[in-house]
Design a protein around this ligand. Structure first.
Ligand code: PCA
Length: 324
């Protein structure tokens, strides 16, 4: 009996190792394989596989390989895939509240980003729910800085520069500097820099490192302007098809992923900025004039966002201020 039990147990383990899960969920993600968001997604998937006793296997597809970044939300909403990850502020065109995390200088540290997320989460959850989506977890990108091919002393040095934007806020910021915005996914960033479609952009040290941008860029101004977020979400019908127990596993794994991913983001933040310098880039804080220009632009953008996001936006800001 004991032998039989052991044989049965190893058969289960074998099944686990060979991907014989009863159900498979494809999970498109938009960023590089080695990026911490992707690694967090994989840890989440593994947690769900173990937690469901191999009933459900989530298969991560990194780098926009299954769906491009800007296709992922629609793919999940229409049920082409049950789960996915996307940059939250990319949906700012649909509803301004999604851009709550890309307001310059509102929250510039991990601590403040966490508070702002706690303030925003119920609102974001509600808006997504109305769109047939269930929010699972969210992890911040490191603070955003400016990449250029020449020294920049003030915003006016950006006049006419072709500027890669990743959401409405970065496009607006480009406009306010007199630069020319063009929307490009991180997966296509290098091609855009190589062909001259883009000459500058704002992003984290992480994305600069992931995409080895030192081959094209010379300067990284560590502005620390905001920490935009990725979020992982599920199609509501797919969510409802799960058992209570499976949903419990998803929630527990999401909780783990948010904590672990945020830690990895912090570690990756300083390490990747160091790698930019090691690979020959000039890494420096913005000078006083550039900083003052960014702050002025930030004030304009804050005002514009509050007007656009209306009552829901105000609710987020009020809840955030109450936590400070
Ligand atoms: N990297 C992503 C979004 C923010 C970031 O740091 C990008 O550049 O597309």
């Amino acid at each position: 009996m004991r032998m039989l039990g052991m044989v049965a147990a190893s058969a289960v383990l074998l099944a686990a190792g060979s991907g014989l899960a009863q159900e498979r969920w494809d999970m498109p993600m938009a960023y590089a394989e080695r990026n911490f968001h992707t690694q967090t997604g994989k840890a989440f998937a593994e947690c769900v596989r173990i937690g469901t006793g191999d009933e459900l296997e989530i298969v991560v597809h990194a780098g926009g390989s299954l769906f491009k970044g800007n296709e992922i939300k629609r793919a999940v909403q229409t049920g082409q895939v049950p789960i996915g990850e996307r940059l939250l502020s990319a949906h700012q065109n649909e509803n301004p509240v999604f851009g709550y995390d890309s307001i310059p200088f509102l929250a510039t540290s991990y601590e403040d980003s966490e508070k702002l997320w706690q303030a925003a989460r119920p609102v974001i959850e509600q808006v997504l729910e109305e769109q047939g989506l269930v929010l699972l977890y969210s992890v911040p990108w490191p603070p955003q800085g400016l990449y250029t091919k020449k020294p920049i002393e003030s915003a006016s040095d950006m006049e006419g520069v072709k500027f890669r934007a990743y959401n409405a806020a970065t496009a607006r910021l480009a406009e306010l500097m007199g630069a020319q915005p063009v929307q490009i996914e991180a997966a296509e960033l290098v091609q855009a820099l190589a062909t001259g479609v883009a000459e500058s952009f704002i992003s984290s040290g992480a994305t600069g490192y992931d995409r080895k941008v030192w081959e094209y860029m010379t300067h990284f101004y560590d502005v620390q302007a905001w920490l935009p977020r990725n979020y992982v979400f599920v199609n509501k019908q797919a969510w409802e098809s799960l058992s209570d127990q499976q949903r419990g596993v998803f929630r527990a794994c999401a909780y783990m992923a948010e904590l672990a991913g945020t830690k990895w983001s912090q570690v990756y933040a300083s390490w990747t900025v160091e790698q930019l310098a090691k690979n020959g880039m000039t890494v420096t804080p913005p000078g006083d004039r550039l900083r003052a220009d960014f702050e002025r632009i930030g004030e304009t953008m804050t005002k514009e966002w509050l007007e656009a996001a209306g009552e829901l936006g105000q609710r987020i800001i009020d809840a955030y201020r109450a936590m400070k």
